[in-house]
Design a protein around this ligand. Structure first.
Ligand code: XMP
Length: 333
């Protein structure tokens, strides 16, 4: 599948039968394109790169080399889960790179959101390129490009302006020249999910909420510090657990915690206790261009507040953001 425009005649993949036909066709095409050469893939654990990984493992097994870069801005247990699923579950050829210090050292003292995004995006490419240079005989680079990415680049080429800069693994340095393998580039997100499930990936993984490339970096507002990042990660894990428990996870498009760089006075064990507020954001949208607020029942809000303020060191208040997009964006940065 080399063309980058989806043919009108291409049926929408809505069930396992169509997904399996797509998988068989792609497996054959990938084998033909790749032969006995090796393919490199940046495996973030997001839906698109995971589905591409599973597809390539099915087609070429250990000729696929996955690199998972932990930029230190992942959610709780996220990298561990990628390793468990792909290395233990699918026997993938997977290199794990813990680059937390590289990222957090570069980000120290940087408060401007777009500068943070640029640093994270650029460093991601550098860490990935460093790993690629260590490997020998890699001919191909696989990418989880999907059809909306292609439509987005067409829009960008027409000069339409974006509110925020998003990054992916485009633009590797000159010395790294690979041929691209983009097996899901003509699929929409819902189709990628059906293909993922048909490939045997867990439902929760395939239907997980979107997570921005810069990760918790744009939710630890302002200049990132390790202690506030840790508090954010723990509070976010509690929010996700409680959303799972009460069924909100299934029906909410995106939900997370943001922690701003301000402290308020609180009281704990009869002493003054200064801490950061944890801000709950839970939104629904179809295209991320506009968003409405998911209404969280008071009992759930109380439980989340009690858990976060008791269990997370450094947080002494919990706030609930009721701002739609527009006027707010979904992320705070
Ligand atoms: P905003 O905040 O612009 O978010 O309303 C819309 C959607 O995009 C995600 N987002 C990002 N994704 N890199 C990404 O890959 C980014 O820098 C980035 N910023 C926002 C956001 O999580 C939401 O789903």
């Amino acid at each position: 599948m080399s063309a980058s425009i989806r043919p009108e005649s291409m049926a929408r993949i809505t069930n396992f039968e169509l997904a399996n036909a797509f998988i068989d066709q792609q497996v054959a095409e990938i084998r033909q394109q790749v032969g006995d050469k090796k393919v490199l893939l940046a495996l973030s654990g997001g839906v698109d790169s995971s589905v591409v990984a599973a597809l390539l493992i099915k087609a070429i097994g250990k000729q696929l080399v996955c690199v998972h870069v932990n930029h230190g801005l992942m959610r709780k247990n996220e990298s561990e889960n990628v390793l468990k699923l792909f290395r233990d579950g699918l026997d993938a050829n997977l290199i794990y790179v813990d680059a937390t210090d590289r990222f957090l050292n570069l980000l120290a003292g940087v408060a401007d959101p777009e500068s943070k995004r640029k640093i994270i995006g650029k460093e991601f490419i550098e860490v990935f390129a460093d790993e690629a240079r260590k490997l020998e005989d890699i001919t191909f680079l696989a990418q989880g490009t999907i059809y909306p990415d292609i439509l987005e680049s067409i829009k960008a080429a027409e000069g339409k302006k974006a509110v925020k800069s998003h990054h992916n693994v485009g633009g590797l340095p000159e010395d790294l020249k690979f041929e691209l393998v983009e097996p899901v580039k003509l699929l929409f997100k819902d189709e990628v999910r059906v293909v993922g499930e048909a490939l045997g990936l867990p439902h929760a993984m395939v239907y997980r909420q979107p997570f921005p490339g810069p990760g918790l970096g744009v939710r630890c507002l302002g200049a990132i510090t390790r202690d506030r990042l840790h508090a954010l990660r723990e509070a976010d894990a509690i929010l996700r657990e409680e959303f799972d428990n009460c069924g909100l996870a299934e029906k909410t498009w995106q939900y997370f915690i943001a922690v701003p760089d301000i402290k308020s006075v609180g009281v704990k064990d009869e002493s003054r206790y200064e801490g950061w507020p944890a801000i709950i954001r839970a939104v629904n949208t179809t295209d991320a261009m506009s968003a409405t607020i998911e209404e969280i029942p008071y009992a759930v809000l109380h439980k989340i507040t009690a858990r976060i303020t008791h269990e997370v060191e450094g947080i002494n208040r919990v706030l609930y953001d009721l701002t739609p997009k527009p006027i707010g964006t979904i992320e705070w940065e």
